[in-house]
Design a protein around this ligand. Structure first.
Ligand code: C5P
Length: 399
């Protein structure tokens, strides 16, 4: 089962004898559908060669923070942003201590600081080192910061000791991560999401539309599925692949998206309007192709389309949470707040589409999730990580 389908993992391998198990771990993650990039510390390279992990991951292994060539190919910040999760396995006592201190003098430490993605740590060390108060205190600090500690298990150790400190089996690490990423926080809930652009026909061959790729809406659907929600995606024409398990309703015009949204939202707990809806449509649609010859000026008379998210928010069967998106080029937050109020929304995600690196068509996004009494800044990250953060916030509010 591809439980980690298309998720981007950085696997950080540190200098433990258990580093040889990283090979099986990388294979196991890839078998489960993940894309894997490996970072090896200097210590790790004493135990297993980068070539092994390069062959298994299909990508050059990252080793140095200050290597200009590697930085030019995929710099550490880029790598940290690419990740949907960072897994440090095996994690030595020293690497755990470094993580606690926030050290950034090697590539792994810098990525751990720079990534907005969740971090998983699988310790492996001598049982005495694991039991030491210093290590236990460090582990508790990481847990308090929201870092998941997977293992260690107990048994006979490479050094001849017996006790706790063995790296969890690679398949068990992957299963634990898959389970933790699938939060179940929305089990039993129904979420309806609009995504992509709408199209308003002018004649049989021309239409008015916009540059929306649908990526944000589809990432939200994936986060909902992973949280156990029944998920309905009402999608305009896009080339995204819907996540397995989603009910997809394909639409073209705003009127079709409106009708599907009103019907589906009647049973929804959350409605998210992530679509870039075309606000105006031609007053009349020609049933024949409009010819160019002899036309000096062409006037299109447009009439307004319904506001879908506002209509859902104002409906009798209003879902508990109605969420909009505000893509703006200036005064982003001020406009977003106005929309939150005028459309009677519970939340609005405000993002600046004048920044070419985020928003429309980009793989990344960043912005602020504005509630009636709250404001959460979400740093630039993959649309998947961002979608997971948004869905986590919404499920917390839903309780
Ligand atoms: O007003 P504006 O288009 O900027 O508002 C954006 C939000 O409203 C998005 O959530 C979008 O999906 C939603 N919207 C809608 N129906 C429209 C226009 C926008 O649902 N006709």
């Amino acid at each position: 089962m591809a439980r980690l389908f298309n998720r981007n993992f950085i696997v950080g391998v540190t200098g433990s004898i258990a580093a040889y198990k990283a090979a099986e771990l990388v294979r196991s993650l890839i078998r489960d559908g993940a894309n894997v990039r490996v970072i090896m510390t200097e210590g790790a390279r004493e135990f297993i060669t980068p070539l092994t992990l390069q062959a298994l991951s299909g990508h050059e292994v990252h080793t140095d923070l200050l290597d200009t060539e590697a930085e030019a190919a995929m710099g550490h910040i880029e790598l940290a942003r690419w990740a949907d999760a960072l897994l440090i396995a095996p994690a030595t006592a020293d690497s755990i201590a470094r993580l606690v201190q926030g050290r950034a003098d090697d590539l792994l430490g810098a990525c751990a600081l720079a990534t907005p993605a969740p971090i998983f740590v699988s310790p492996a060390m001598n049982q005495e080192m694991w039991a030491k108060q210093a290590t236990q205190d460090n582990v508790q600090t990481l847990i308090a910061r929201g870092i998941a500690i997977l293992g260690p298990s107990s048994g006979s150790q490479a050094c001849g000791d017996v006790g706790a400190g063995r790296l969890l089996e690679p398949d068990d690490i992957v299963s634990a991560i898959a389970e933790q990423l699938s939060t179940g926080a929305l089990a039993g809930r129904h979420v309806v999401i609009t995504a992509g652009p709408t199209r308003e026909p002018i004649c049989p061959v021309r239409y008015i539309s916009n540059r929306s790729s649908g990526k944000m809406g589809y990432a939200l659907a994936e986060a909902c599925i992973n949280s156990g929600a029944k998920t309905t995606l009402i999608s305009g024409p896009v080339s995204c692949e819907p996540p397995a398990g989603t009910t997809v309703i394909e639409v073209e015009t705003t009127q079709q998206m409106f009708a599907a949204s009103m019907a589906a939202s009647a049973t929804a707990d959350i409605f998210i309007g992530a679509a870039a809806v075309v606000d105006f449509k031609p007053a009349t649609v020609s049933d024949r192709k409009i010819k160019r010859s002899g036309v000096k000026t062409m006037n299109l008379s447009l009439v307004p389309n319904p506001d879908i998210v506002a209509s859902v928010a104002g409906s009798e069967s209003r879902p508990r949470l109605v969420v909009g998106f505000a893509a703006e080029t200036h005064d982003v937050q001020a406009y977003a707040r106005k929309k939150l109020a005028s459309k009677s929304l519970d939340f609005i995600f405000a993002n600046d589409v004048s920044d070419q690196s985020i928003g429309f068509n980009s793989e990344k996004n960043a912005g602020v999730l504005i509630g009636r009494n709250s404001e959460i800044t979400m740093p630039m990250s993959s649309k998947r990580v961002l979608a997971e953060s948004i869905i986590r916030e919404l499920s917390n509010v839903l309780g």
